[in-house]
Ligand binder design. Structure first.
Ligand code: ARG
Length: 464
């Protein structure tokens, strides 16, 4: 970056040049240059609107549009020289435009301030980021629905307190994840509505004396509407907070999924195999295959939570309207979008590739007395009050623990000592298959319900 000691953009009223350190300290070009595309997009729309209201001539507007497009090319080819002295992406591009096309470049900023310009750029940037993130969420959801369909009848232990509770199907578990992430999708869709409102025309804070056609600019930029109040338009970053909050919830969900993937791929659980391409080895222990991708996703939730707190704190107690504090909104926002996108990409690639170890899950479900509730329900159907049934089955489980056998492995006569109501039809309810098939309620784990739910999930994805 080149350096210049006096700022040509606003230097008019200053009698001494900016302190060298202050220039670096207050500059944002190091990070806001990544909004160059949105900045140029916003400027082109502003210029076209100025032409429409006859504030710009046809020739000036054409020169501006061509100049900005050429600058976009320079930036994309790595030929643009960014200057810290020019503070931010907006002034860097505007200065270059004037360098290229002369006075027409100086007319672009008519009826505009960097305050409404930057607020517009961030919203455009975030809107683009949300769209990419939504597409990636859909890919992840598609993988989950497909896996759920494939494994609709695969029995695994369901847990509460991380202790075996009742058998469920692996497909059912995948659909629980699907629901969590689908809500994240819907939160972001909703957030996008409040992002997609246009600050341009608010100018510095009060609006402008030029007869701007704000709905026209909004339409050119694909915004739903112009912001209704100029003070609010340049000052609030609640849409960024909201996005980061939705991202934090999404990351929390991904961290829960990650945690289960880590547990399941351990030798102790051994429920799944993660393909080698998503794992790494150890430099010292030759036997190791570490689930790095889920671990890293689990770890990254911390930075997004941190960004949420940073943005809330940034906004707290700010007086209207624009304050320089707001320059601090970008890095947390960019990093949140990058982090979420990276984690989604990793999961969307990995989920369809994970290999369930069906036999191991089945054996594990057999070991934990997962059908104890089924035996109690059986006794209730035979007329025993539920609390008495609970007690009788508790005693049967104790025998099972002492003799290291599952309920289904006991002889009829042994079981009958806990209740004379037990007859030889008991063994159909004590099987894991019978147990899951019996959960034939809307939202339940019976394989036919899981298949229904998985096909509804696939229909939701297909409908776009
Ligand atoms: N770089 C600034 C930001 O990110 C642009 C707006 C500057 N406006 C101002 N009045 N200094 O917020």
């Amino acid at each position: 970056m080149s350096d210049q000691s006096t700022n040509q953009t606003w230097g008019g009223r200053f009698t001494e040049s900016t302190d060298a350190f202050v220039a670096v300290f207050t500059a944002s070009v190091g990070f806001d240059r990544r909004m160059y595309r949105q900045d140029i997009q916003g400027s082109i729309a502003h210029a076209r609107m100025l032409l429409r209201i006859k504030v710009l001539s046809e020739a000036d507007c054409a020169a501006i549009v061509q100049g900005l497009e050429a600058i976009r090319g320079e930036i994309e080819r790595g030929e643009f020289s960014w200057s810290t002295a020019l503070e931010d992406v907006h002034m860097n591009i505007e200065a270059r435009l004037t360098e290229r096309i002369g006075d027409a470049g100086k007319r672009l900023h008519t009826g505009r301030s960097r305050n409404d310009q930057v607020a517009t750029d961030i919203r455009l940037y975030l809107r683009d980021a949300i769209d990419v993130i939504l597409a990636e969420i859909r890919r992840l959801l598609g993988g989950l629905a497909e896996l759920a369909m494939r494994e609709a009848a695969t029995i695994m232990p369901g847990f509460t307190h991380l202790q075996v509770a009742q058998p469920v199907t692996f497909g059912h578990h995948m659909l629980a994840w699907f629901e969590m992430v689908k809500r994240d999708y819907e939160r972001l869709v909703d957030c996008r509505k409040r992002v997609n409102v246009m600050p341009l025309g608010a100018a510095a804070l009060a609006g402008t004396s030029y007869p701007l056609d704000r709905p026209y600019t909004a339409q050119l930029l694909g915004f739903d509407a112009p912001c209704a109040n100029s003070l609010d338009a340049v000052s609030d970053r609640d849409f960024a907070i909201e996005f980061t909050a939705a991202a934090a919830v999404l990351m929390t969900h991904l961290s829960r999924m990650a945690e289960e993937l880590v547990l399941w791929s351990s030798a102790q659980f051994d429920f799944i195999d993660l393909p080698d391409r998503f794992c790494t080895g150890s430099s010292i222990m030759p036997q190791k295959k570490n689930p790095d991708v889920p671990e890293l996703v689990r770890g990254k939730v911390g930075r997004v939570n941190g960004h949420l707190i940073a943005l809330l704190t940034l906004m707290k107690s700010q007086p209207l309207a624009y304050n320089k504090d707001n320059q601090e909104d970008k890095e947390p926002l960019f990093d949140t979008a990058d982090t979420v996108l990276g984690c989604l990409r990793a999961f969307a690639d990995m989920i369809p590739a994970l290999l369930p170890k069906r036999d191991n899950m089945l054996q594990s479900a057999r070991r934990g007395f997962a059908t104890a509730t089924d035996l109690a329900d059986y006794l209730v159907r035979k007329g025993l009050p539920f609390r008495d049934a609970h007690e009788a089955v508790g005693q049967a489980v104790r025998l099972g623990v002492e003799t290291e056998r599952d309920l289904a492995e006991m002889a009829l006569e042994e079981l009958r000592q806990f209740s004379p109501l037990i007859e030889d039809d008991v063994f159909t309810v004590l099987t894991l298959e019978g147990s899951v098939a019996a959960r034939d309620v809307l939202g339940g784990t019976a394989p036919n319900r899981v298949r229904d739910a998985a096909s509804q999930a696939q229909a939701w994805i297909a409908q776009g």
